[in-house]
Design a protein around this ligand. Structure first.
Ligand SMILES: [Zn+2]
Length: 168
């Protein structure tokens, strides 16, 4: 079977920084990446590079930052009034809120995101909401472990089920 729309793909890969060679993430046979192909759940260029591959095939490709997690934007660096972080007693938790900490936040529309604290002053906290991999050229190498037809349920849900997929 070949990788195409409405197949569920199981693969292992090593993700490295294409420029420095530094390892970012690794998956293996015991903990593979399993996903429904062709529904846009992954980086489009990642899926495009896997199109037509069959079980056992190896892959080795890179994706420029702009086509992966984007390039860092100044607009994603924001100043937030310190009192937003105060507890019910008006205190600032200096243990939780430190420079370098990743803080879960939600915007006005309830979207969840994480920001990294760059600087803390008495009045404001400067936070960076860029994706941690923004600006990084990615390199993937790995192999295809399994390909199967997606079930009707998986297609209607838009994700893979099973041990390494959604379990519900
Ligand atoms: Zn489901």
């Amino acid at each position: 079977m070949q990788i195409a729309a409405n197949t569920v793909v199981s693969l292992m890969y090593k993700l490295t920084n294409h420029t420095t060679g530094e390892q970012i993430e690794i998956t293996d046979e015991t903990n593979p990446l399993v996903f429904l192909y062709g529904v846009g759940s992954l980086i489009p260029d990642f899926e495009a590079n896997l199109s037509g591959k069959t079980t056992g095939d190896a892959f080795d490709f890179s994706i420029e930052a702009a086509n992966a997690y984007g390039v860092p934007s100044e607009e994603e660096i924001v100043m937030i009034p310190s009192n937003v972080f105060h507890d019910e007693h008006g205190h600032f938790d200096t243990e939780m809120f430190q420079v370098g900490a990743l803080i879960p936040m939600s915007d006005g529309q309830g979207h969840q995101m994480r920001g990294r604290i760059l600087e803390i002053t008495d009045d404001v906290v400067k936070m960076d909401f860029n994706h941690p991999l923004a600006g990084t050229d990615l390199h993937f190498e790995g192999s295809i472990l399994e390909i199967r037809e997606a079930t009707a349920d998986e297609i209607s849900h838009g994700h893979a089920h099973g041990p390494h997929g959604h379990q519900h």
